[in-house]
Design a protein around this ligand. Structure first.
Ligand code: ADP
Ligand code: GLC
Length: 478
């Protein structure tokens, strides 16, 4: 099978969150099963700066409203995956990947240029797998604008929704001005969402199948409360809508061979490993330990992640003499609030604002508990990484967190591998912390649960198999 992924980020070139991990790990797993995989990405400045040698593939223009924008298409083969880069200085030679006023136009260009790029792939494509709003318009473009083009004949489209909060809401003039689509599609409501043009909704309507990244999140998206407005449109596609739980990359995330941590360890050497890595983590943040549990968080700092609850809970943890360390970046006000917390507890609270992969590894290995009280979480990778390192995740029971954490609730039966709470409020989180501290006081019990967490199989093997089955099924569809 020849599969093309189109996404706004993928490891090892560009990452802001789990999307990059998933696009890369799924592709690698598919390659190891003998499939051919290409990934199309924007050629961001941060990739250009790496100075990687690229192969020139083609040059072409994309009509963007009243002007043409040039695309240079490059290629790089790495670990059996063909990466294709869409280069255009005007749109992508910028400091950050996102958060510009014209993101709508930037990714409209990316989607249009990626569709054209498919022409330059050597082998006939079977599946185009588009991820999130930035690429979600591609199935619509092909169905409406390329239906007579033999290059695209027979291609099936899979859309994965990683984050339904971002729907690609664009002004209606994008429909005809940028995408050359008929206004009629907007007028009859096919690509319209809450009065605007939505690339994500269009993707849901036009893709052959739609997936999201956990079974529970699929169920949530079909409800009014958890659907983020998409429930009715997803209900219409219910039979073609699947929930497949992500995995994590065991090459990157394995304490027995992690080059970033002070002391490598496995299940047998967990106690000593935890102890030495914790000391190293506290040293990295220049913190003092007063004998309490060490809580950590690695996250995009945005409302989705329950940062308001963490701010409140961290204050209470710190006031009891515990440690709290954070690595993250995101909304400026949230960053400032965490900085203020550090000022208040300088010798027990560590805050690092920014992106830092090495420090992320140290946190997963060195903490006792990992905080992830998300308001919603389509899958979440951090809780699975924490488990892999024998660090117990404290999560809200939502989306993929509900699917991957079996909560300790006062009794150790041999199945528990983390902590969960239901209601999104401080009392809910307080309860989980109360249980966590109870477990921490019983060190034997804590390590028993931590070992169960380490034993979980979150490898990509199962998830990749599920995607393959889905690709095969969709290829058989008329
Ligand atoms: P999301 O994709 O919603 O951000 P996930 O849990 O799926 O959440 O994935 C987040 C990934 O990004 C994890 O691998 C996490 O370790 C990583 N990550 C998040 N913030 C940072 C950061 N500031 N520095 C390093 N890694 C980070
Ligand atoms: C999104 C979601 C996260 C998920 C990731 C990868 O960023 O917020 O829950 O794990 O995508 O699918």
């Amino acid at each position: 099978m020849n599969i093309v992924m189109v996404a706004s980020e993928s490891l090892p070139f560009a990452k802001s969150g789990g999307l990059a991990d998933v696009v890369y790990s799924l592709s690698s797993a598919l390659v190891s099963k003998g499939e051919k995989v290409s990934i199309i990405l924007p050629y961001y400045q941060q990739i250009a700066k790496k100075g990687i040698e690229l192969e020139y593939v083609a040059q072409y223009d994309i009509r963007m409203s009243w002007r043409d924008q040039a695309v240079t298409l490059y290629k790089k083969e790495e670990e059996g995956i063909d990466y294709y880069f869409i280069a255009n200085d005007y749109y992508f030679r910028r400091e950050k990947m996102y958060d510009y006023m014209d993101d709508g136009e930037r990714f409209a260009f990316f989607a249009l240029a990626s569709t054209e790029a498919i022409r330059y792939l050597k082998e006939k494509v079977d599946i185009v797998h588009v991820h999130d709003w930035q690429a979600a318009i591609i199935p619509t473009l092909v169905a409406e604008n390329y239906y007579k083009d033999p290059t695209f004949a027979g291609i099936k489209f899979v859309l994965t929704i990683h984050n339904p909060a971002f729907k690609g809401m664009l002004d209606r003039y994008f429909v005809s001005d940028f995408f050359n689509l008929s206004d009629y599609l907007f007028d009859i409501g096919k690509i319209r969402f809450e009065g605007m043009f939505s690339t994500l909704k269009s993707g849901i309507i036009y893709s052959d199948v739609i997936t999201t990244v956990s079974p529970t999140h699929r169920e949530e998206l079909l409800t009014r409360e958890g659907g983020q407005g998409l429930d009715t449109v997803l209900e219409y596609r219910r039979d073609d809508f699947y929930g497949i739980l992500n995995g994590i990359d065991y090459e990157e995330w394995s304490p027995h061979k992690d080059p970033f941590i002070a002391k490598k360890y496995n299940k047998t050497s967990l106690e000593i490993g935890k102890h030495l890595n914790q000391a190293d983590l506290l040293r990295s943040y220049n913190l003092h330990w007063y004998g309490g549990p060490v809580y950590g968080m690695v996250s995009r700092l945005t409302w989705q992640k329950g940062v308001d609850l963490v701010l409140e809970e961290a204050r209470s943890i710190l006031s009891k003499g515990g440690n709290f360390v954070l690595l993250g970046s995101g909304e400026y006000e949230v960053e400032q609030k965490f900085e203020a917390l550090r000022t208040q507890y300088p010798d027990t609270c560590g805050i690092y604002i920014g992106y830092n992969n090495a420090l992320a590894h140290k946190i997963y290995a060195g903490c006792d508990f990992f905080l992830m009280p998300s308001l919603f979480e389509p899958c979440g990778l951090s809780q699975m990484i924490a488990q892999r390192y024998g660090t117990l995740p404290i999560c809200r029971k939502t989306g993929g967190l509900a699917d991957s954490v079996h909560p300790y609730d006062g009794v150790i039966s041999g199945k528990e591998d983390g902590l969960l709470f239901e209601d999104y409020n401080i009392q809910g989180l307080d309860y989980a912390i109360y249980r966590a501290e109870e477990l921490y006081r019983n060190q034997e019990g804590y390590y028993k649960v931590a070992r169960v967490a380490m034993n979980q199989d979150h490898s990509w093997a199962t998830s990749a198999k599920n995607y393959l089955t889905l690709y095969r099924k969709v290829l058989k569809k008329k």
